[in-house]
Design a protein around this ligand. Structure first.
Ligand code: UD1
Ligand code: CA
Length: 429
């Protein structure tokens, strides 16, 4: 991948994520706002890792400890930007680690989570193909470029500078090609230039984008790679943009699942997060929610109105119906939980029928416990299973049974009542 590209020394990445995100009107640091259930910085990190970069520096500042804690398992270097004085200043805090780096550096922002590995690779390839360039930037064409830095080109189409919205003249504001905020730099040239950035008179910020003009003034060349579709460049600065990013991400998830042979009857009314995998010929009915890591096999049926949460696995031909919630639960092949149930921390075998209104009472206020329901068991409507419990193979619970904590219903046995007890055989008259 990128590490095998011909420029010497490999690739290091810097992700700028120190800003507060004032325009979000939120106390939460912007990069921790979630898109389809995951903080936006997570998407950026994922894409960078997926192109094979393993030297990753993340610049943090506003509530940096919180950001660091959220990603504590990520193998990245955290760099603190004490005071947030603009994107140029943010990159400069990595100078002690990277100014002598002999490869290329990829700089990107923590608030652009829709970027894809394909685009990042193309950006690198463009940079590689033109060894005389000191920097290559990702650009895109937007119908509404408001808020983005505009890319100014000369008569030969060469990039000259990037002008931010606040500094742009009315004519410049009409330019639709914008800076997407992804840069491949030659560190030996760019780090010394950061010292020459001047604070903007209007807001006192040091703009990373001013580097483009500085390079051109020194006779260096700056190349651009124009993203083929603008959605990948979306920067998130406001709640409305966050909602839009959620919509685009969901669309991406849906398109991927459809390409795998999954039927989603009504994508606009179905919420599926990116870590969900679904096998072919499975049908998802409307108003279904699938969150976190959920694995659904082939030929299953889910919904309408089902809620599958983190750690749920449906094996092939399983069925989950309306108002049924599953969490950390395995539902075996051909098993069904069709109506009004909650199954948490439960392992269900094959060909089990979970009757309407079955509840696993998996939490006693302090700890969570597991429930085991073995193959071909039949759980009567309205059964409450006070975990930990085990229902043996082919066993049955009667409607309304309350199976006590610690109870083991033996294979083939039928239990009924509150508390559930083995059904007595009727005496022959
Ligand atoms: C920036 C670009 C703009 C581009 C747009 C693309 C600059 C000056 N402008 O504008 O040309 O079109 O992104 O989305 O770079 N950050 C820090 N420290 C700081 C300031 C910002 O780490 O002192 C981080 C933020 O956390 C954020 C990123 O840098 O993740 C970008 O900052 P933001 O203020 O959102 O820049 P934009 O105004 O969107
Ligand atoms: Ca931004």
């Amino acid at each position: 991948m990128v590490s095998t590209l011909p420029r010497p020394g490999g690739v290091a990445t810097v992700i700028l994520a120190a800003g507060k995100g004032t325009r979000m009107y939120s106390d939460r640091p912007k990069v921790l706002h979630e898109i389809c259930g995951k903080p936006m910085l997570g998407y950026v990190l994922q894409q960078v890792r997926d192109i094979g970069v393993n030297q990753i520096y993340v610049v943090i500042g506003y509530q940096g400890d919180k950001v660091q804690k959220t990603f504590k398992n990520e193998p990245v270097f955290w760099v603190n930007q004490g005071e947030q004085r603009g994107t140029g200043h943010a990159l400069s805090v990595t100078a002690p680690m990277l100014s002598g780096f002999e490869g290329s550096i990829l700089v990107l922002y923590g608030d652009t989570p829709l970027i894809t590995t394909d685009i990042l690779k193309k950006l690198f390839e463009t940079h590689q193909a033109q060894p005389e360039t000191a920097a290559t930037i990702l650009t895109c064409q937007l119908d509404n470029p408001f808020g983005y830095g505009r890319v100014l080109r000369d008569d030969h189409g060469q990039i000259q500078t990037v002008i931010e919205e606040v500094e742009a003249t009315d004519d410049q504001k009409k330019i639709k090609e914008v800076n997407a905020g992804f840069y491949v730099f030659d560190p030996g040239i760019v780090y010394p230039l950061l010292k020459e950035l001047k604070p903007q008179p209007k807001n006192g910020e040091y703009y990373l984008t001013d580097i483009v003009g500085l390079l051109i003034n020194r006779g260096k060349r700056v190349a651009g790679y124009l993203a083929p579709e603008p959605g990948v460049c979306l920067g998130i600065n406001s709640p409305a943009e966050l909602i839009n990013a959620n919509r685009l991400m969901r669309q991406r998830v849906t398109e991927h699942l459809l390409s795998q042979g999954v039927t989603i009857i009504d994508p606009a009314n179905t919420y599926i997060e990116p870590d969900v995998t679904i096998g072919r010929d499975t049908v998802i009915y409307p108003f279904t929610v699938m969150r976190g890591k959920v694995t659904v096999g082939k030929n299953c049926s889910v919904g309408p109105f089902s809620h599958l949460r983190e750690g749920t696995v449906l094996e092939d031909y399983a069925r989950v119906g309306n108002f049924t919630e599953l969490k950390k639960t395995l539902l075996g092949e051909h098993s069904k939980a069709n109506h009004l149930s909650y199954l948490g921390d439960t392992v269900v075998g094959e060909e089990v029928n979970i009757g309407a209104g079955t509840i696993t009472a998996n939490y006693d206020g302090k700890s969570k416990y597991q429930t085991f329901i073995e193959d071909r068991a039949s759980i009567g409507s309205g059964t409450i299973l006070i975990a930990p419990v085990k229902i043996g193979k082919g066993a049955t619970t009667g409607a309304g049974a309350v199976v006590s904590k610690g109870q083991h219903v033996k294979d083939g046995e039928t239990v009924v009542g509150i508390p559930a007890e083995p059904l007595k055989k009727k005496k022959k008259k």
